[in-house]
Design a protein around this ligand. Structure first.
Ligand code: FAD
Length: 307
């Protein structure tokens, strides 16, 4: 019940100010956000890769309001890629980007987001890595898939994300599986109306399994983004039945969540990628993590009260 309320709050400027100023917030945010600047995240990338894990890096931010901010987002990723190059870490760290941070919702936002994300994809390719386009709320997805298709003409390794809770997703999965895309499947983290998305958790899980099967049986590279032990086990079984080798799909989890399970899957020989978010504009990302698990909210409230 609390999830939708927290997700609504994740879009409120008033709540943003309140949460950001609360004592104790920083300590809880640090569980999910790897730091504020590139130099905070570098040792974490080193540590994760030394433990046999792969990484995808997200400079947090979304829903910007000016074109200048969209350029700043592009430049933040270019700085990150430059740093990974210097350190020789490019091949094990890919990037995840939110197109809203690249200007997608501004005037002529589709073209602006495409022109901002392209240099990031080019720079990533130059250091031997790639970019995945995150999925945001359902109103942004036609534009996201069109940008994904456009980028794939020159950079076929560019990935995208699909969300099991949306009615449209099985069809999207079929198209992407047939055209050989890298696709991350997730349950979905936004507050979506019943007109476009399943609302019942069990139904979302069933849809997730159907979509995983489409991806595993297809021509692309499935990326299973979930912490749900049941779905991970089913993913392994579907991969086995589809005759996929261990390097023909991967698991992905978020930094700070179920780290032992991340280590266990990597130790079993699975490709296990940790989605590692950093930056100063952490509010939206942080609130979605609270919405996913009520215990996180309780921990957050306690840490405020004990300060
Ligand atoms: P759940 O049923 O929510 O969780 C299963 C178990 O995992 C829980 O019981 C709990 O033990 C643990 N867990 C899950 N979430 C948390 C948490 N926040 N804190 C502590 N424990 C937790 N969503 C999008 O809409 N677009 C994206 O682009 C996107 N990218 C993602 C990338 C990755 C790598 C991952 C893992 C998730 C991403 N998500 C994205 C979020 C996703 O949609 C879900 O909201 C999130 O993964 C929770 O669903 P779950 O599959 O882990 O299952």
């Amino acid at each position: 019940m609390l999830g939708p309320v927290i997700l609504a709050a994740s879009r409120s400027d008033k709540m943003r100010r309140l949460v950001s100023a609360a004592p104790g917030t920083k300590q809880v945010v640090a569980r999910f956000i790897a730091g504020e600047i590139v130099d905070d995240v570098v040792p974490i990338v080193r540590d994760l890769t030394a433990r046999g894990l792969e990484v995808t890096l997200d400079v947090v931010g979304e829903d910007i309001t000016t074109v200048e901010q969209s350029y700043a987002a592009r430049d933040a990723y270019l700085e990150l890629i430059g740093r990974l190059k210097e350190l020789g870490l490019g091949e094990r760290a890919e990037m995840s980007v939110k197109l809203s941070m690249f200007g997608q919702s501004l005037e002529d936002g589709h073209e602006l987001a495409l022109s901002n994300v392209r240099p990031v994809v080019v720079a990533a390719a130059e250091i031997g890595t790639t970019v995945t386009l995150d999925a945001e709320d359902h109103t942004t997805l036609d534009s996201m898939f069109a940008i994904h298709e456009e980028l794939r003409k020159d950079f076929p390794q560019t990935g995208c994300v699909i969300q099991a809770y949306l009615f449209r997703t099985e069809e999207d999965a079929r198209r992407l599986a047939a055209n050989g895309s890298r696709v991350r499947i997730v349950k979905g983290a936004y507050k979506e109306p019943a007109s476009v998305a399943l609302q019942d958790k069990a139904e979302i899980d069933k849809a997730y399994v159907r979509i995983m099967k489409i991806l595993m049986d297809g021509e692309g590279y499935p990326m299973i983004g979930s912490h749900d032990p049941r779905l991970i086990a089913i993913g392994q079984e579907l991969a086995r039945r589809a005759g996929r080798k261990l390097d023909e799909y991967e698991f992905q989890m978020l930094y700070g969540i179920r780290s032992e399970e991340q280590n266990r899957l990597a130790a079993e020989g699975h490709r296990m990628r940790v989605y590692t978010a950093y930056g100063t504009d952490w509010y939206g990302y942080f609130m979605r993590r609270l919405a996913e698990k009520p215990a996180n909210l309780l921990f957050f409230v306690r840490s405020i009260l004990t300060k």
